[in-house]
Design a protein around this ligand. Structure first.
Ligand code: FES
Length: 167
């Protein structure tokens, strides 16, 4: 990764057009822009690329350590690229008491990865979230944004195979 010099004429030179537009919509040193910039960066890339975090640090005059602190504190941010299908397993209380842990185990076993990882094929990323806001359907999983509720481990494995078949 190239180091971004704080005294360069234009920090944004050479950056992707969408990133230039994003940063130019905020003022240099505007600390309150940190969360919106991180959210919009993730909207562009699907995760927060390291060079963009360094650029954010330079642009907003916020130490890189603080930026990593924010990016790792909030569940919504990802520091690694995600697979084509993002699987979110609810780990909230309602889902937990209705077997959410068994759903997660079934997915980990079927995919051969742990929560927070992406399959080698790049097809699936497995993650857990605190509550998906559909507790009456517990246990709940979303795949590519689609909700699947009242699942049994066997059913979630079948779902996974349906997505694989699409490929
Ligand atoms: S606890 Fe799982 S959706 Fe709320």
């Amino acid at each position: 990764m190239s180091k971004i010099c704080c005294c360069s004429k234009d920090l944004l030179a050479g950056q992707d057009e969408k990133i230039q537009k994003l940063f130019r919509s905020y003022s240099k040193g505007e600390e309150n822009a940190l969360i919106p910039i991180l959210q919009e960066t993730q909207g562009i890339y699907g995760y927060l690329p390291k060079p963009i975090l360094y650029l954010t640090s330079e642009y907003l005059h916020i130490p890189i350590g603080k930026i990593y602190g924010v990016a790792t504190f909030y569940n919504q941010f990802r520091l690694k690229p995600v697979g084509k299908y993002l699987i979110q397993v609810c780990a909230g209380t309602a889902c937990h008491v209705r077997g959410g842990g068994l759903i997660l185990q079934a997915l980990e076993s079927e995919l051969g990865i742990k929560a927070g990882e992406t399959t080698q094929s790049g097809l699936f990323t497995l993650s857990t979230v605190a509550c998906l806001g559909a507790c009456s359907m517990a246990p709940v999983v979303t795949i590519d944004g689609d909700f699947h509720g009242r699942l049994q481990p066997k059913e979630v494995v079948k779902l996974l195979r349906d997505y694989e078949m699409k490929e």
